[in-house]
Write a protein that binds this ligand. Structure first.
Ligand SMILES: [Zn+2]
Length: 265
């Protein structure tokens, strides 16, 4: 293991059951190949899991705790319980939090659920600011909504509110809006096979990009259809280098330094 990684996957879910049979082995193998990971909670239970996992390793495995917007139908953000986790130094951000319009199937419930999503998103923003940690934003068909909420909060909190827009698949204009507010964006394996993001990747300045897998979902080329894992983040990094026409070593170094800056690693 090396204390200076070559790659960092800033958004993984190695706590999910897809990894039940080989989790420890997979993490050790990942660390041995100089790749770090940040596992992201989606509710209180999975947030506890990712923190427990992070605590097992001296370095290289970190946690983000929070409530995913699609969970608000069954669980509300419990400030008291989450605050017990947030203070831990292995917790490097709050999330994944945000707004998800796409996955609300019940049109009758839509308005009510969106209102709750917004309330719980704001609560998580407040906790992040209180503990001086960034937020990991989940957005689905909701960049406009999220930017509106961020602007409300930025007026109150100023630059103390910071974070990253995860799995970024917005337009160049939407990317610019996040960048203008000081937020980074992270790309997944989607950029290795979906041509429509080429201009977007070229547009975002190298010092504002983070790399992620969102594993076990969306494996990059050449692993399409397989279980994704943090090691595959190198395919994302290599694609960013190709699209930007930059030396891969330069991109690797920049993305490490960006992740370290964003999450105070
Ligand atoms: Zn995720």
């Amino acid at each position: 293991m090396n204390s200076e990684p070559e790659y960092i996957d800033v958004h993984a879910h190695v706590n999910f059951e897809d990894f039940d049979t080989d989790r420890e082995e997979l993490i050790l193998n990942t660390l041995n190949q100089n790749t770090w990971m940040i596992n992201v909670g989606t509710n209180l239970e999975t947030s506890r899991q990712v923190l427990d996992l992070a605590k097992k390793y001296k370095y290289g495995v970190y946690a983000i705790v929070g409530l995913h917007p699609t969970e608000v139908g069954t669980e509300r953000f419990d400030e008291e319980e989450f605050e017990k986790l947030v203070a831990d130094p292995k917790v490097v951000a709050i999330g994944e939090c945000g707004i998800d319009v796409f996955r609300i199937e019940d049109q009758v419930e839509k308005e009510r659920l969106l209102k709750i999503q917004e309330e719980d998103f704001k609560k998580q923003i407040d906790i992040a600011v209180k503990y001086d940690k960034p937020i990991m934003i989940h957005a689905r068909e909701s960049y406009g909504e999220i930017l509106r909420i961020l602007d409300d909060s930025l007026r109150v909190h100023g630059v103390k509110l910071r974070g990253n827009a995860h799995f970024f698949v917005g337009t160049i204009e939407e990317a610019k809006a996040f960048l203008d507010r000081g937020f980074t964006v992270s790309f997944t394996g989607v950029i290795t096979f979906a041509k429509q993001y080429e201009e977007l990747v070229k547009y975002v300045p190298l010092d504002m990009i983070l790399s992620e897998t969102d594993c076990p979902f969306v494996a990059p080329v050449p692993y399409r259809g397989q279980r994704n894992q943090p090691l595959y983040v190198r395919e994302v990094v290599s694609r960013i280098a190709v699209l930007k026409g930059l030396d891969e070593e330069v991109v690797k170094k920049a993305l490490i330094s960006n992740a370290k800056r964003q999450f105070s690693l």
